[in-house]
Design a protein around this ligand. Structure first.
Ligand SMILES: [Zn+2]
Length: 68
């Protein structure tokens, strides 16, 4: 049985603001209330964006250890 084709909705690139038909997820935003959202970039911009830091590396060490 053939798999159905994967369809991807066009998204706006977070860096160059161009509409891209090949969006790449570069970050996920988590919120305290309501659903979070994904941040997209075009393939060219995704290659040069810095990696998203781990939230635990942003906290002072005692807080990061308590949260794990
Ligand atoms: Zn872009």
């Amino acid at each position: 049985m053939d798999e159905p084709p994967v369809t991807v909705s066009p998204r706006v690139c977070v860096r160059c603001t161009a509409l891209t038909a090949i969006p790449v997820v570069v970050s996920e935003v988590h919120q305290n209330s309501g659903p979070g959202f994904s941040v997209y970039a075009c393939p060219d911009c995704a290659a040069v964006l810095p990696p998203t830091p781990d939230v635990f590396t942003l906290l002072p060490a005692p807080l990061a250890q308590a949260a794990r």
